[in-house]
Design a protein around this ligand. Structure first.
Ligand code: FES
Length: 163
């Protein structure tokens, strides 16, 4: 019989797993925290991939089938980024006061998209997160899984244009 709440290490050493783990711990690492935990993972990574679903399943002691069921049932969960590239803009306090709003405005001016939208050519999906664990680098964004800190709107757009 599987051990419920068996502690598993995070899938990678990406710091964002720490945020997800902390959030789950605060919720008591209980199955009832499933939706909150999935929100935490999606906010940290922009979408829920197999690793995230499995990790949440392991920590909360919820069968993977149920985790997948919940993640696919609710439209606010995304199992993969829609666009070819993903840009997650951190809107946590440190990033917010250091210009995250200007970054979103810059992306909107340039690409005409708001958070949770993808450009018409499917090249770029824009997402937001509450804190991606890089507060000392605020404002932080994550482009295709890679954190970029202290970034200005025009620098970000130049990077996106170069991809
Ligand atoms: S608030 Fe943005 S990384 Fe923490």
């Amino acid at each position: 019989m599987p051990v419920l709440n068996a502690k598993r290490s995070a899938p990678t050493d990406d710091k964002r797993w720490k945020i997800v783990e902390t959030r789950m711990r605060r919720l008591g690492d209980r199955p009832e925290a499933l939706i909150e935990a999935l929100h935490a993972a999606q906010e940290a990574f922009g979408f829920l991939d197999d690793d995230a679903l499995q990790y949440v399943s392991d920590i909360l002691g919820v069968p993977p089938s149920k985790v997948y069921g919940v993640a696919t049932f609710y439209s606010f969960f995304t199992l993969k980024p829609q666009g070819e590239h993903t840009c997650v803009v951190c809107m946590g306090t440190a990033c917010y006061i250091n210009g995250a709003k200007d970054i979103l405005a810059g992306l909107h001016d340039k690409y005409g998209i708001k958070p949770r939208q993808t450009t018409a050519d499917n090249k770029l999906s824009l997402l937001t997160a509450r804190c991606v664990g890089a507060c000392s680098l605020a404002p932080a964004v994550i482009i295709d899984g890679e954190a970029q800190g202290k970034i200005k709107p025009d620098e970000l757009i130049a990077r996106l244009e170069a991809m």
